[in-house]
Design a protein around this ligand. Structure first.
Ligand SMILES: [Zn+2]
Ligand SMILES: [Zn+2]
Length: 397
């Protein structure tokens, strides 16, 4: 009997016992030889999903989930199997469609077809009918072998379109109706962005971001951080190209004290909400091409006197001299660089070539906000890391 704990208990007990052993066995393998076991682990998960699907279908039919007080098998899966609503509905869909798609079911059960491919085939069957899918099942399964799930979406959508162009159009139109983009109010120094793009919008955005996604040498940014930076870069360049001359896209209201970095000064206020620390105001003010600073009378007065704007001829000379970001090892090109004042203009540093340096946004930020020092000696730039790393967590409350 299962409950006796005997080694030959139920299949589930044997699987769990094997899972108990698995980490120890894996830990004895050297890192380089983990590839094959990882593939096999995914295969085991996929085969488990195939078995799970069959069980879900039978359990749904039995109606026994009601005994637990659940109103539907989806509700039961969410509650008892810790699935999200979408994940539960997907599994139920798979469970029902597989019954009508014998080749897909067999390939799933044997582990040759992965869960994500199966989910796509089931969704296609839901859209155009299992009968249509069954007629093309071999071709679809073959395509699944050579296309990863992301690519297989296209295969499945093409197939749907061939079977039912009108339905595909309706679906695309419904999807288009659901599009939205929400930009939150600044909270804790962050703005939440969320949304659903239609397929065309998504592809357009992805394509546009791609141009700015290349990691630089020894890039420590995560994929998400690079994607964030790419989006901002895209917006910046867009407005740089607009109209005659650059239009400031960022308007910051700041006091003279903030600009001078005097302690006790207020933060800079972003038009449209949110504040930024003085160091950030200073960075933006460093190359005025992109930012307009506004403030009380004294600031306006100071701004009109300081020659902080880099004249076009100086900018051209700067670009000719530096050619890319001057940080050692950084090769981000001109169009992704700001002109940085080595001696801050509000402290009397002139806007002339010897006092300027091209810095990419990342390195410009490191200099102003993260405590790095940039100096020029004998025509060479030298960047020194901060003695104390400036991190948000080190800020006292
Ligand atoms: Zn600067
Ligand atoms: Zn750089």
């Amino acid at each position: 009997m299962a409950a006796s704990g005997d080694r030959l208990g139920t299949p589930l007990e044997r699987i769990k016992a094997a899972l108990d052993d698995l980490p120890r066995w894996l830990s004895r393998l050297d890192d380089a030889s983990l590839g094959e076991p990882l593939i096999e682990i995914r295969g085991v998960i996929d085969r488990s999903e195939a078995i799970f699907a069959d069980g879900v279908r039978r359990f749904d039919k039995s109606g026994e989930y009601k005994a637990d007080g659940a109103l539907s098998v989806i509700a039961w899966l969410k509650w008892k199997c810790k699935l999200s609503g979408g994940a539960a509905a997907e599994r139920l869909e798979i469970a029902h469609q597989l019954q009508k798609l014998p080749k897909t079911e067999a390939a799933f059960a044997s582990g040759t077809l992965g869960y994500e491919h199966v989910a796509l085939i089931a969704r296609t069957a839901d859209h155009v009918g299992a009968a249509a899918v069954r007629q093309a099942e071999s071709t679809l399964l073959q395509a699944a072998q050579t296309h990863d799930p992301g690519q297989f979406v296209t295969v499945a959508k093409n197939f749907e379109h061939r079977i039912d162009a009108e339905g595909a159009l309706n679906e695309a139109n419904r999807a288009h109706e659901r599009r939205y983009l929400h930009l939150g109010e600044p909270q804790g120094g962050m703005v939440r962005i969320d949304g659903l793009l239609d397929a065309e919008g998504g592809a357009t955005l992805r394509g546009a971001l791609q141009a700015f996604m290349k990691p630089s040498k020894s890039d420590e940014r995560t994929f998400g951080q690079r994607q964030h930076d790419a989006l901002i870069e895209l917006c910046r360049q867009r407005s740089q190209r607009d109209g005659a001359g650059p239009r400031p896209q960022l308007i910051i209201r700041a006091s003279l004290d903030t600009l001078a970095g005097i302690s006790g000064a207020p933060a800079g206020e972003l038009e449209g909400g949110g504040t930024v620390p003085a160091a950030t105001v200073q960075r933006y003010a460093c190359d005025s091409a992109l930012t307009r600073l506004t403030g009380r009378g004294e600031l306006e007065h100071e701004l009109s006197h300081a020659t902080r704007t880099i004249p076009p001829s100086t900018r051209r000379a700067l670009e000719g001299r530096d050619r890319h970001c001057v940080f050692a090892g950084c090769d981000r090109p001109l169009n992704r660089c700001d002109g940085h004042h080595l001696v801050w203009w509000i402290k009397g540093g002139p806007t002339t070539l010897p006092n300027l340096a091209l810095l990419c946004r990342r390195h410009h930020r490191m200099v102003h906000e993260e405590g790095w020092t940039l100096a020029r000696k004998d025509g060479r730039f030298n960047a020194t890391p901060p003695s104390r790393r400036v991190m948000p967590s080190s800020r006292s409350a």
